[in-house]
Design a binder for this molecule. Structure first.
Ligand code: PMP
Length: 549
């Protein structure tokens, strides 16, 4: 639990105590026998065709229409919302090559219509619930109530909250325990057992330099958590400022951050903790709404930073397009010390061999004359061990020199043995990427189970849309406006824990109350299937209630 912040930060905006984060670590689920889905499935199917349309439209009900064949997604692999992943979408590709690193596949998804990337489970004609008559909706509601009651009676306890690796994934790195005998010297002679090596060992820097596509001299290795480095980076900016700024952010009457949303709740919690005001900007299929972002940062000198998860966004799976990256790099900001907090937490967390390509923000910013703008973060939390991995940051030479100036006050010797263990285990960046392909084998069926069940139970109903991520740790589900809280509450009562509705928005407030983050990594597949069936029943129930209200 976070402690109250001492009153050094942002005097005019009194620091607040961060609210309890919505989902504390939970103990592993009790081992249970495999759970059989209830029959019959697809409760949303009506026995008869819809009759008179309701006299209202469903606000925010997304269309299930696929993109037109040949429609162009201009770069990267987009958010993969359910609407945008249908076959026939052509993707412009960018390739990323690294000196000394065997090329990691950076190609796009197949455009061959005969080879859809995902199986389509349901081909039945579907009817939008908004066109159902009241009696038809009432009948459907009764069926859903009955099915919901049956699930409730099973007394389940399933957890789909935080994106933690499963034990099976963690097992992949168990050889990290096997530190080679006597291998405690780094290649520059640093003794891993002793103090020193403040900014990281050279061999560890090389691995992260490849991941960040940055010179090794511009990389600092941290402790076990990238969130901690991000937190500390914000703290330093609040107390001491950043290069190019005239004052520490905490001395200003107000400091603001842009928060593309839905986004990562713990980023938002850091801002809230230090009294930094958050402004929500919409996250679309290519990244944040850049027209909005550019207008805001150009006009408001109190906007000092922006949270970005540029690849496989938590929770939507969006990868920022080259166009968005270029605009972020080049945009005019009223604050001379504006920073992009570029949290590339899912840089190599691809679910498929064809990965999303991400433009290099360091070179884009440098080319635009804004070299000090980006601060890059990453870690091996979901590569080796969550909580016992290695974190790192990269930035311009000026920013890195500034961080190093502060580091010596914080520690006289980080854990270098863990760095050596990681280097011995992965060997190099290519080894780390190969390792992630093994994670993908475990994760892919779980993600596909979620989206298949959403498609078969909710597809074509006009009551929900969801992402089909190609990497990362989450699936993002949007309900009808005003239904997310109810869905989460219904699911909880039926034994399925979901991340609190609203958690993916600043201050925990989803203005449309529609976004739900689903984390399929931890539970076993059979539990995921049952949990998702229950979630679909809850979405149906909440939607019918809303339409009948
Ligand atoms: N950034 C993002 C976007 C995340 O989703 C997570 C984990 N959920 C983290 C950072 C945490 O990283 P670490 O374990 O390195 O602190």
């Amino acid at each position: 639990m976070d402690e109250p912040v001492p009153p050094v930060a942002c005097p005019a905006v009194p620091p607040r105590v961060a609210p309890p984060l919505p989902c504390p670590p939970v103990p592993p689920l009790p081992v249970a026998p495999p759970l059989a889905p209830l029959v019959p499935p697809c409760p949303l199917a009506l026995p008869e065709p819809p009759r008179a349309p309701l006299p209202r439209s469903i606000e925010g009900a997304p269309s299930d229409a696929p993109l037109q064949a040949g429609a162009k997604v201009t770069s990267g692999t987009p958010a993969s919302s359910q609407e945008s992943v249908e076959r026939g979408v052509s993707i412009r590709l960018r390739s990323v090559t690294l000196e000394g690193v065997p090329p990691v596949t950076k190609i796009g998804r197949p455009t061959d219509p005969a080879a859809p990337p995902f199986p389509v489970l349901s081909t039945r004609p579907m009817s939008e619930l908004s066109s159902f008559s009241r009696p038809a909706l009432t009948e459907l509601g009764q069926k859903l109530e009955a099915r919901y009651a049956a699930f409730k009676a099973r007394g389940l306890s399933l957890d789909m909250t935080r994106g933690k690796p499963s034990a099976e994934q963690l097992d992949l790195a168990n050889d990290l325990w096997q530190m080679p005998q006597g291998a405690f010297l780094a290649k520059d002679g640093t003794d891993g057992r002793n103090y020193g090596g403040l900014d990281g060992l050279p061999e560890m820097k090389e691995i992260f330099a490849a991941l960040f596509q940055a010179p090794a001299a511009q990389v600092i290795i941290g402790g076990n958590s990238s969130l901690q480095i991000m937190h500390d980076t914000v703290v330093r900016a609040v107390t001491h400022g950043v290069p190019g700024g005239s004052e520490p952010w905490g001395k200003l009457p107000k400091a603001r951050f842009l928060c593309p949303s839905p986004g990562y709740d713990r980023h938002f919690a850091i801002c809230e903790h230090f009294g930094i005001e958050m402004l929500t900007v919409e996250l679309g299929d290519e990244g944040p709404n850049m027209d909005h972002v550019e207008a805001l940062v150009a006009a408001d000198p109190t906007i000092k930073g922006m949270w970005c998860v540029p690849k496989y966004v938590n929770p939507t799976g969006t990868t920022y397009s080259a166009r968005v990256v270029d605009r972020l790099a080049a945009m005019k900001t009223a604050a001379p010390d504006f920073r992009l907090f570029w949290d590339n937490a899912y840089a190599i967390h691809d679910l498929y061999p064809e990965t999303d390509a991400l433009e290099n923000i360091l070179t884009a910013c440098k080319a635009a004359g804004n070299e000090n703008r980006p601060l890059l973060f990453a870690s091996t939390s979901k590569v080796s061990f969550a909580g016992s991995g290695i974190s790192a940051m990269a930035s311009s030479p000026t920013n890195i020199a500034d961080v190093k100036k502060h580091l010596g006050f914080q520690t006289i010797g980080p854990d270098k043995l863990n760095q050596l263990r990681h280097v011995a285990f992965f060997k190099d960046y290519a080894g780390m990427v190969r390792h992630m392909a093994r994670h993908a084998e475990i994760l892919r069926p779980k993600f596909e189970a979620v989206t298949e069940i959403f498609q078969s139970e909710l597809g074509g109903k006009g009551i929900a849309s969801w992402t089909k991520p190609r990497g990362g740790y989450f699936v993002s589900l949007d309900t009808l406006d005003g239904c997310a809280k109810e869905v989460v509450s219904l699911a909880n009562q039926a034994g399925v824990k979901l991340t609190a509705a609203g958690a993916t928005f600043p201050y925990g407030k989803d203005p449309r109350d529609r976004n739900i983050r689903v984390a399929p990594s931890l539970p076993p597949l059979d539990q995921i299937r049952v949990a998702m069936e229950i979630v679909c029943v809850c979405v149906g129930l909440a939607s019918v209630r809303k339409l009948l209200a």
